[in-house]
Design a binder for this molecule. Sequence first.
Ligand SMILES: [Zn+2]
Length: 383
Amino acid sequence: MIHKHPELHTFKDIHIAGIEGKRFDVVIKDGYFSSITEAEPQQNNSTPTGTELWISPGIIDLHTHLAWTDFDHADQLKRDSQQIEAMQAQAFEATLRTGVTTVRDAGGIAPSTVQHLVQQYQQPLRVHTSSDMLGAADARGLKHLEQRMAQIFATGAGWIKIMATGGLGAPTEKVVDPIFSKEEFAFIVRNAHAHDKKVLVHTWGGVTIDWSIQSGVESIEHGIFLTEDQAGRLANSEVAFVPTTSIYRIAADQKGVLALNPIICERAARAAESHSKAIIYAKREGVRIGFGTDYATPSLHGYNLQELDTLIDYGLTRREAWQSATKSAADILGSGNELGQIAEGFIADAVVFNVDPYQAHNAEVLRNSIVSVITGAKEAELI
Ligand SMILES: [Zn+2]
């Protein structure tokens, strides 16, 4: 159940996820947390078992592709526009239903499409956009890049996405080769920042991670082959790391929901193996890690919480994994003063669970324990 923009709602005696041994009375007014006070200890030993509730901040997924309907773009082109729109609306719905109240779309959706979907289908998902990605076809010099970026700025997107290396489509020995020259890369970042846009960089590793750190982008994505030395420099910079760990495990499974061809599965399996090391380095060095899924198909939207499982399998504590999906993610978006915490004055984006989400065995249990999802904003405020 999605509870949109509560005018006045009170939770009595509720747990706040991550705070043990205390309960709270939480009041939401006009879509904001207006008061949070510790509840009076119960006289008659409290709530009957099975009726306890936990509230967590709404989850923030820093890397989705809401507009994409198929793993392979050629397949999307075979669909007609009505079908694509219906599938995109379903992606919004599935994302919200699983407790993700804010996303950063990492390429493919324009702000005008977001407006349409939020309005037409009443799906109050908060979406940060990057419109078109800059990729191999744009590595044609600064003049071309300036024009392309002007088009992206004109869409109203807040982010610029750079495809700095290949991905699952590239052969392993070439996957970290830079797509842009160093000069082009530096220009994109400079030009984006000059226009008050933030920059996210798809990079599997290699020199483009160094360029990202030097030029001060806001986040690097994937970082499959992040080295220990790079992790140390990332930690000392302001650059965040959004690894998107679960997608590679899913892609590696030939019998899994993506059912990709064996070559791609093999590449994904190698990526996953290396990724687990990258996460260890990032954790050890103190890199700011953000939660992102890279989910892009109907079989994946709505299963975003699986990313928590993989982050935990790779060595984050539950607290760290949740932090990456709430407070840290809000900070990475530049919204850390209004999103990502159950705190007075913050936007009331939240998820209510009937089990302790920090104890839930896995994403499946977590997903099935969602009682309601609360979105603080009115639809009109999101567009
Ligand atoms: Zn992506």
